[in-house]
Design a protein around this ligand. Structure first.
Ligand code: SAH
Length: 356
């Protein structure tokens, strides 16, 4: 099945705005308010099938289903709850692909970690998703489905969204931005509570800034850039795609992005024991990004089966953090959540696919 074809996408209602749903109702011989009802039941009530929208005339619901039109909600294949209440869902697409989404609750927040692709072509060495190869990019309804499924599974509304699940969002820019529009206007999650994470794809950052401004009015979401190394040599050994897109060019594009959007950038840095966690690496990183309006997020490596990287000791993490802080770099440490359920990016799906 050609999953990105317009005809295919036209089958699904999730991802459409209130205006588009009104138009949809009208082109189907209904009054505009039927579109607003669809909107309310799709996004607020979170129905899975058109049949549940009992306010709509039964014969209209029937004729839509006969034409293959559905909400676009994905089925849940598996659900894991970790000891810390982090929830991981494996969702199945209509063409039989499997994607992973994670809900991370704290007292005041529910963060949903979204996938933007099935698999990933970037093949970063420490990442489980890359080990399984790349299948395809996701469509808007498949991204929105992930948020609604986590909301339903946890019985509360997500407050924050991070595009840090499977895939490289900047290889699926239009869809990711369209999803942010929907999350923002249809589901009510503020743009400032949304983060898009990228390892860097050549020639995409200016496009992201321009398209964000045209689709969303303003680019107010946070851009997180997966740096993971303070120099080109080390970065290349961890991230093969960086050979074609050197660190210098990536940082220059980040500066340009900042000037276009006015948003400070968040740099992600995985700490791999004895590889990139030494004081000299912290010093080099600080020198490289000093004066750059940014923030560094340190992520202790989450072990994956296929690699022998190690998590750094807590002491090493603390030293790394304090070297950056002393050099005036804003730095935070990401707490590991859901480790007992293999929360690292793409791990759950990878295990499911390789075992079955
Ligand atoms: N492709 C995007 C988004 C998906 S990965 C990107 O690379 O940014 C989201 C974050 O999880 C990235 O910073 C990625 O480097 C990190 N990550 C991947 N595998 C990991 C692992 N095993 N342990 C810790 N972080 C990991």
């Amino acid at each position: 099945m050609k999953v990105s074809s317009l005809e295919y996408r036209n089958q699904f209602l999730l991802g459409r705005s209130s205006f588009e749903l009104e138009e949809f109702a009208q082109t189907n011989g209904m009054k505009a308010f039927r579109g607003r009802q669809l909107h309310n039941w799709l996004y607020q009530k979170g129905v899975k099938s058109l049949d549940e929208i009992t306010v709509l005339p039964k014969d209209w619901r029937l004729s839509l289903s006969q034409r293959g039109i559905t909400t676009g909600r994905l089925g849940i294949l598996k659900r894991h709850v970790a000891k810390d209440d982090t929830i991981k869902l494996l969702l199945e697409t209509i063409d039989g692909e499997i994607i992973e989404t994670v809900g991370i609750p704290t007292k005041n927040r529910l963060t949903v970690c979204l996938s933007s692709q099935v698999g990933c072509p970037m093949a970063c060495r420490f990442c489980a998703t890359g080990k399984g190869g790349f299948r395809r990019s996701l469509n808007v309804h498949e991204i929105i489905s992930q948020v609604l499924s986590v909301r339903e599974a946890m019985g509360r509304s997500p407050s924050h969204i991070v595009f840090m699940g499977m895939g490289e969002p900047l290889l699926n820019i239009e869809t990711v931005l369209e999803s942010i529009r929907c999350l923002n206007s249809d589901i009510g999650i503020g743009q400032r509570r949304i983060t898009v994470s990228t390892v860097g794809v050549i020639n995409t950052l200016p496009k992201l800034a321009e398209l964000a401004i045209s689709v969303l009015g303003r680019a107010q979401f946070t851009l997180a850039v997966s740096l993971h190394a303070p120099n080109q040599g080390l970065r290349e050994s961890l991230i093969p795609s960086s050979i074609a897109y050197p660190l210098d060019s990536l940082l220059e594009d980040c500066r340009h992005y900042l000037s276009l959007t006015g948003r400070r950038i968040s740099f992600e840095y995985i700490l791999l024991g004895d590889i990139n966690d030494q004081v000299e690496h912290a010093e080099e990183l600080a020198a490289r990004i000093s004066g750059f309006q940014s923030h560094v997020n340190l992520i202790p490596y989450n072990p994956i089966d296929e690699e022998t990287f190690r998590r750094p000791t807590l002491q090493k993490v603390e030293i790394f953090r304090s070297v950056l802080a002393k050099r005036g770099i804003a730095v935070s440490l990401r707490a590991s959540r859901g480790l007992d359920q293999n929360a690292a990016c793409g791990q759950l799906r990878h295990q499911h696919v390789t075992r079955s």
